[in-house]
Structure formats: C-alpha cells, structure tokens
Design a protein around this ligand. Structure first.
Ligand SMILES: NC(=O)c1ccc[n+]([C@@H]2O[C@H](COP(=O)([O-])OP(=O)(O)OC[C@H]3O[C@@H](n4cnc5c(N)ncnc54)[C@H](OP(=O)(O)O)[C@@H]3O)[C@@H](O)[C@H]2O)c1
Length: 272
C-alpha cells in the first residue's frame, strides 16, 4: 500500500482508505461481525483511513465496534452536519461516544452546512484535544465556489470531494487551490457516483481492460480507483464495500505508480 501526505496535517494516509456509507449502516450481530471482518481486512491490507458520518445511520457505532482494540492502527474521519455551534458540539460529542474514540482525527463539515457558525466550536474542540484536524466536504460541484471561499480562510486542513472517471470538474480550480494551500484531498464515491450509482461500472462491464494489466490493474473496480489515484493531487480514495473479499482487490489499487496518460485517455474513451 502506498501512503500519501494528508496535506499539511503531517498524517500519512493509505492511498486507498475505506468509506462506510450504507455498508456499515447495519444492526444485529451478523452485520456487525461482517463489518468487523471488513475493517480487519482493511487494516491487514494497509488501509488506515476510515470515513464515516452521523448521517450514515448506524455506521459510526458499527465502525467504533469494528475497530475496537485496533484503534491505534486507524485514522478516523467523520463529519458534522449542523447549522449552529451548540448542535455541532453535541454532534461531535455523540460521534466520539459512538466511535469509542478519545479524539477524532479528522472532523469534516458535511455539505458545508453552517460552516461559518460551526467552525469556532470545531476550533475549541481542537484546543480541547477532542478533534485533531478539520476539513470541508460537499458532494455537489455547484458548491465548489463556496468551498474555495472557505478554503482561502486558512482554517481547514482537508477537503473531501467527488472525483471519478465521469466527474473531473475539481481539476479546474479546486485541486490547484488545494495544492497551493497544501490541503489534503480525500475522494468520495470513486466507484459508484451519487448521480448514477451504476454508470461507471456499467460502462466498463465486459470491456477489454488488458491495456491496464502492465500497471497491475485487473478489475473494473481497480481501474476506477487507479484512475483517481493517478492524480498526484489526491491524498486518498475511500471506496466502501459490504464484502470482505473485495477489500484486497481495492487495496491493491493503492500499489504501484500512476497510469500513463495514454491509459487514462483510453479509460475515458470507454466511458464515452
Ligand atoms: N462527503 C460526502 O458528502 C459523501 C458523500 C458520499 C460518500 N461519501 C464517503 O465516500 C465513501 C465512498 O462513497 P460510496 O460508498 O457512496 O461509493 P463507492 O465507494 O464509490 O462505491 C461503493 C459501491 O461500490 C461497490 N464496490 C466497492 N468496491 C468494488 C469493486 N472493487 N468492484 C465493484 N464494485 C465495488 C460496493 O458494492 P459491494 O458492497 O457489493 O462491494 C458499493 O455498492 C462513502 O462510503 C462515504 O464514506 C461522502
């Protein structure tokens, strides 16, 4: 597994981390045990970044359970989606409890909600040692101008954004600004975009991907992850899976160098 700097934080994150949206929103012993196996596989294959959110149902609680006893091997990123300081503090305290964590490594403002009002309380939580770093996240490209305004305040360490074979708008202004400010870049939904969950895998289905074999890419999932990781502006991608047997496949995309420009273009042509 390759490790990359998470911007100015000093943290080294695995190029492939793990998301928990839907996949960790489970209850009952069987589901929780499955998530423990998935998290165990992730750690075994070198993933150290786990992303969750209070909005993901049971995911924070189940992630906390799944990482029990292995907390030191993991970096936990979660989110806050509140519009005022008081509710934001309550949300973070609840996340700490559910995650069974002394501190949250990265607290991201979900959908940029109330970012001006909420940031001072996140700074307080940093001073109290309950939050290590703070970031911004939004799944809407239309929010990029506001995200850039917030980034320029210098208060945030990371951004989390959509970036995949079918969505590259971040390359124009957002990623250059993140590079100038030395912010970490975490990429959500690399395999199943929010707008068209099946469209990327659908486009690659049955296609000859043998041109990617010299780069160690053998499956459509790996092709999609490697496409994003080929951009040096990206710190980590965080695919989610409900299948422990898929973790090794996704982790393998975090090995080796970037795809050459010709291979990137060939992949883009397959989507068209
Ligand atoms: N900040 C935000 O607003 C925001 C929004 C959305 C997501 N996120 C974060 O980003 C993470 C990733 O996004 P996501 O979970 O929506 O989408 P994703 O990771 O792109 O895709 C997940 C889906 O892809 C499938 N999958 C995973 N690996 C695969 C492979 N190698 N081959 C084929 N299919 C594969 C999974 O199915 P199986 O379960 O069958 O493997 C699952 O249905 C989330 O979990 C969450 O942590 C953040």
């Amino acid at each position: 597994m390759q490790y990359r700097a998470l911007g100015r934080t000093g943290l080294q994150v695995s190029a492939v981390g793990m998301g928990t949206y839907q996949t960790f929103d489970v209850s009952g012993a069987a589901g929780e045990e499955r998530c423990r196996r998935i998290a165990g596989e992730a750690l075994k294959h070198g993933m150290n970044l786990f992303d969750s959110a209070p909005m993901y149902g049971e995911a924070e609680r189940v992630l906390g359970l799944a990482l029990e006893g292995r907390r030191k091997e993991a970096l936990i990123a979660t989110k806050v989606l509140e519009r005022d300081a008081r509710s934001a503090r309550a949300s973070v305290e609840r996340s700490l409890e559910l995650l069974r964590a002394e501190a949250i490594d990265l607290l991201q403002i979900h959908n940029m909600a109330g970012w001006r009002a909420v940031t001072p309380v996140l700074r307080e939580l940093q001073e109290e040692g309950r939050v290590r770093f703070i970031g911004l996240t939004d799944y809407r490209v239309s929010s990029y101008p506001e995200m850039m305004e917030a980034m320029r305040t210098g208060l945030y360490d990371t951004i989390q954004i959509p970036y995949h074979l079918g969505e590259t708008a971040c390359r124009r202004e957002l990623l250059p600004l993140a590079r100038d400010l030395n912010l970490g870049v975490i990429v959500m939904t690399p395999i199943a975009p929010i707008f068209g969950r099946g469209k990327l895998l659908g486009a690659l289905k049955g296609k000859d991907l043998s041109f990617l074999a010299p780069c160690g890419v053998r499956t459509p999932g790996q092709a999609l992850l490697k496409y994003v990781l080929s951009d040096p502006a990206v710190s980590a991608v965080i695919p989610a899976t409900s299948r422990a047997e898929r973790v090794a496949e996704n982790a393998a995309a975090g090995e080796g160098g970037p795809l050459p420009p010709g291979a990137l273009q060939q992949l883009e042509r397959l989507l068209r």
